[in-house]
Ligand binder design. Structure first.
Ligand SMILES: *Cc1c(COP(=O)(O)O)cnc(C)c1O
Length: 400
């Protein structure tokens, strides 16, 4: 392993990269292979590959029990699941969402000609600020979509209160939050519905997959129709629908992944604690915290780089990439600065000072089962060296 004695030892200044192979954020967790192949064999033997097969139904039952909700409906991915939930809830016109999220949250609305109205986030939690939401409510507003950013739950109670008082629908994008709790209750049971992602990069994965959780019987029934073209029975379509079904192969992976969830979370928490210990007290860098009174999946290790630090967040990112550490700026630059939103609403940034500041400060670090103690220590060593030599490094990076 290389030594870091002088600036030139950094790969960005000509040194050898710390890691030989790239270290990624969101490298998929793989559970028990034997269990997965056993399920694949059963699926192929029975030739039941999709359409409410046994694995999809088992996944829906197991997730509903784990999330303590009445209904879970599996879907092909979270983006389509969000679209279906938005439509089934009857949202239209304008819907209030944070811009500090993955672009799919906004796209799920825009795709259905609903205008996402971007709302600023709370400076402490980085989640939707309920007071700011209330100020944006207008005559066309029909709903609110909250996002549990990095698995840290939204203030679901305050948002529910705003929604109730204004007669709005409340949906949560819970793509990051499987296995997390809010006030001791699993995320999944809040608002009218919550949508999880089982994308390969998420804590539970089904290759591609999504899940809609709700306690509303009528809504669940409508969602089930909508994700299957509106078919109520053979040759009987009662509703406009789409194809949002999850395949049996995905459900087999989802079930296998779910069985390992506790292990994945334990690895994540160990990595998180190790990063915290390694980076403690480092000036200009802060690891974002999780409320230890709640359950968290620790799937995201996010650091905030102080804008006054010697080295900028973006220079730090470049230095890390040169070491083969592919850190990500989740979710820079914010949805409001991506198309079509930046053209449709060019002044949004002025309304979103906290979003702008947060998006400029954050970096997601590699974790999960693909990162062991050596990887966490390597990333931490580079981070420490870059921060402690920030000014010198920054001056070397601007020179031609
Ligand atoms: C991953 C993600 C999605 C989209 O999930 P898919 O299953 O990939 O469609 C939506 N919202 C957020 C916040 C995400 O991180």
């Amino acid at each position: 392993m290389k030594k870091l004695a002088k600036l030139e030892d950094l790969a960005i200044l000509g040194g050898r990269p710390w890691f030989e192979a790239p270290l990624h954020v969101g490298r998929p967790n793989v559970g028990d292979r034997a269990r997965l192949f056993e399920r694949f064999n059963r699926m192929l033997d029975e030739r039941w590959l999709t359409n409410a097969g046994p694995f999809v139904r088992e996944l829906e039952e197991k997730t509903a029990a784990r999330l303590r909700v009445k209904h879970c409906v599996a879907a092909c991915n979270a983006t389509v699941a969000l679209e279906i939930a938005v439509r089934a809830l009857g949202m239209e016109g304008e819907v209030i969402v944070p811009a500090m999220t993955f672009v799919a949250t906004a796209h799920a609305l825009q795709w259905q000609a609903i205008r996402p109205v971007f709302c600023d986030v709370d400076p402490v939690t980085f989640n939707l600020d309920p007071a700011a939401v209330e100020k944006l409510i207008g005559p066309k507003t029909t709903g609110i979509v909250g996002v549990h950013l990095w698995g840290r739950p939204c203030d679901a109670e305050a948002l529910a209160d705003v929604a109730r008082r204004h007669g709005l629908k409340l949906l949560f994008d819970a793509a990051h939050a499987f296995g997390c709790t809010y006030r001791g209750r699993p995320v999944g049971g809040f608002g009218d519905a919550e949508v999880f992602s089982f994308h390969a990069t998420k804590v539970v994965n089904a290759f591609e997959g999504g899940l809609i959780a709700t306690n509303d019987d009528a809504l669940a029934a409508k969602i089930r129709l909508m994700k299957n073209f509106g078919f109520a029975g053979y040759d009987d379509v009662v509703y406009v629908g789409t194809n949002g079904k999850m395949s049996e192969a995905s459900a087999a992976m989802g079930l296998t992944s779910l069985e390992s969830l506790d292990t994945f979370v334990a690895v994540n928490e160990r990595n998180y604690d190790r990063y915290r210990a390694n980076l403690e007290g480092l000036p200009g860098l802060r690891v974002i915290e999780y409320d230890r009174r709640e359950k968290n999946n620790f799937h995201y290790v996010i650091v905030e780089v102080d804008p006054g630090a010697g080295v900028s967040r973006d220079a730090l990112q470049k230095a890390l990439w040169a070491e083969n550490i592919h850190v990500r700026r989740y979710f820079y630059p914010g949805c409001h600065r991506m198309e079509p939103y930046r053209t449709l609403d060019p002044d949004a940034a002025a309304r979103l000072p906290v979003t702008e500041a947060v998006a400029a400060r954050v970096l997601a670090l590699p974790t999960g089962t693909a990162a062991g103690p050596d990887e966490v220590d390597g990333v931490s060593t580079i981070l420490r060296f870059c921060m402690l030599n920030g000014r010198a490094l920054a001056s070397r990076l601007v020179r031609p």
